[in-house]
Unconditional design. Structure first.
Length: 552
């Protein structure tokens, strides 16, 4: 089996590249270990808590004991299914802030500033505000990735926006437009009530072409000859075989599995590879390093009125919601329920937002466990730019062994101050007049948790991953010893090998990572095809005029 381009991973970036490369006439073969994404639990937005907790769709990874989080092992879901993590995520669509990409360029990712990537966001989007405002001049309207807004009918959803404005924050009509900072309605990768994953947006159209094929197989390593990638060794139907790439091998297997595959292939920190008996093809000390994530907490409130989604949290009502969705793709099942939120700055002197809110009109955990108190609401909140860094390393040279994942969460002292600020600012918003008709009492952390020490203890026990791992094969200039790929996504030190997924982020972006991961796939496809990049878009994003002296 062979093709011009062999892509490992049918996830957010891999699907986008498969479509663009096939569209250009190249033969493409995509290797995906996961199975089909057909089924109500994975396609229904309202059922988002199910696929992430199903072994059928998830690699089942967890961290090493995290020393600063009471030695807890945190789950690290990664999509093992067509569409990858875009098929099991919360569907919240966030491009990231302009400042994130300008920072990438400053760190050596030449050609990846905001003016460089904005045209790719517009190319990939098919945006529909659903009549809930927006910033159409900044958005794409004809791309394959459908982005929409929920109806925002629950009164709590609007109450969060009103309370944010009452607390002194801007109301932004479109955080993916000119102004991210503020509170407002949220975007989601949902089309006509259905999850619009990278599989639906890109892979299915690609597979309609004769020059694109998808095979179900487990990638073991990249094969190389004389410093040049030649193919991928896979296990398929109980047999080990080689799939040859006539032009290039492209890794898009996630920020956990892409560095793992590099190291199994002899590309990574030389001493670590030798310790596992792996021949060194290219000594790249940055492989697996620079691991980042967003941590978050749920600040939960009990509601004084039965206005939350809790009334649907029983078998008969879930059945009704499911039936509505199955018959007409309507009702609560057609939304991820994250229909409002915001981005704010933690203090004066921070140039652009470093805190994100996801508001949810029910008090419930990501694993689907509702708060025992019944009716309630919550904000997921966490810092955007933690200074802590972790690593992905090998447990052994056996491809079937899971890698060792150590985020080193909260290992930088600044992270504790940032998280305390997140909690206190969330409480301030929940204390505004807009929530007065609904507020009963604080469920979590609880009104008695006030001092720094009490808040730190709560953080250590309850902080959870927002499931945004990235950075483990950092993009930079070819002479940067810690860079793994150059700005054209070529793996440094090995010919005919590229890597394009969230692994290459020099630093984590604001918000959820599906959108920037797809953008990476879109832009990488042009580099692979040696096409000139899309013309820069020099539109100027909004920055608070008094950011140096005011927090809001």
């Amino acid at each position: 089996m062979q093709a011009d381009y062999v892509i490992v991973g049918a996830g957010s970036a891999g699907c986008a590249m498969a479509w663009r490369l096939a569209e250009a006439g190249s033969s493409v073969l995509v290797i995906e270990h996961g199975g089909s994404d057909i089924g109500p639990f994975i396609q229904m937005p309202g059922a988002l808590s199910y696929p992430m907790n199903m072994a059928r769709y998830d690699w089942g990874y967890s961290t090493e004991p995290e020393p600063k989080l009471n030695n807890r092992r945190l789950v690290t879901p990664r999509g093992k299914v067509i569409g990858g993590s875009s098929s099991i995520n919360g569907m919240v669509y966030v491009r990231g802030h302009a400042g994130d990409f300008d920072h990438w360029a400053e760190q050596g990712a030449d050609g990846w500033s905001y003016s460089d990537v904005l045209p790719y966001y517009k190319r990939m989007e098919n945006w529909d505000s659903g009549g809930r405002g927006g910033d159409p001049e900044w958005r794409g309207r004809s791309g394959p990735l459908h982005v929409s807004r929920g109806p925002g009918r629950n009164p709590l959803t609007q109450a969060f926006i009103d309370a944010g404005v009452q607390a002194g924050y801007q109301m932004t009509p479109d955080y993916n437009g000119q102004q991210q900072e503020g509170v407002g309605p949220f975007d989601a990768t949902i089309k006509q009530g259905r999850r619009w994953s990278a599989a639906n947006a890109y892979m299915r159209p690609a597979l309609k072409r004769k020059n694109c094929n998808l095979i179900n197989a487990f990638a073991r390593k990249v094969t190389t000859e004389n410093g040049r990638a030649t193919g991928v060794e896979v296990e398929r139907k109980g047999r080990v075989e080689i799939i040859r790439a006539n032009r290039e091998v492209i890794l898009a297997a996630s920020s956990i599995n892409s560095p793992k595959l590099l190291m199994l292939s002899g590309i990574g920190p030389a001493a670590h590879l030798r310790a596992h008996g792996i021949d060194v093809i290219a000594d790249r000390p940055g492989v697996g390093q620079n691991l980042q994530d967003h941590l978050e907490l749920y600040i939960q409130m009990a509601a004084s009125k039965p206005v939350s989604l809790y009334k649907y949290w029983n078998i008969p009502m879930k059945g009704w919601v499911g039936t509505q969705w199955l018959l007409a793709k309507l009702g609560l099942g057609a939304s991820n329920q994250f229909e409002s939120g915001g981005f704010i700055r933690s203090r004066a002197g921070v140039r652009y937002p470093d805190i994100q809110f996801h508001f949810l009109p029910i008090a419930v955990r990501y694993d689907g466990q509702a708060a025992a108190e019944g009716h309630g609401y919550q904000a997921h909140v966490g810092p955007m730019r933690s200074k802590s860094r972790g690593q992905v390393t090998l447990n052994s040279a056996d491809p079937n062994d899971a890698p060792k994942i150590a985020f080193n969460y909260m290992s930088h002292p600044d992270d504790w101050q940032d998280f305390r600020t997140c909690i206190r600012l969330t409480r301030e918003i929940f204390g505004q007049e807009a929530f007065a008709p609904y507020a009963k009492h604080e469920i979590q952390p609880g009104a008695e948790v006030q001092t720094d020490a009490q808040l730190d203890a709560f953080i250590a026990e309850h902080a959870e991953s927002a499931y945004h791992p990235c950075g483990t094969a950092r993009m930079g200039r070819a002479d940067d010893t810690m860079a793994v790929v150059d700005p054209e996504t070529r793996v440094i030190g090995v010919d005919n090998l590229r890597l394009a997924d969230s692994s290459i982020f020099p630093r984590i972006t604001n918000g959820n990572l599906n959108a920037p991961s797809i953008m990476v796939g879109e832009k990488a496809a042009d580099h692979i095809l040696d096409k000139p990049p899309l013309p820069k878009d020099n539109a100027r994003p909004w920055v608070h005029p008094n950011w140096e002296t005011q927090q809001r």
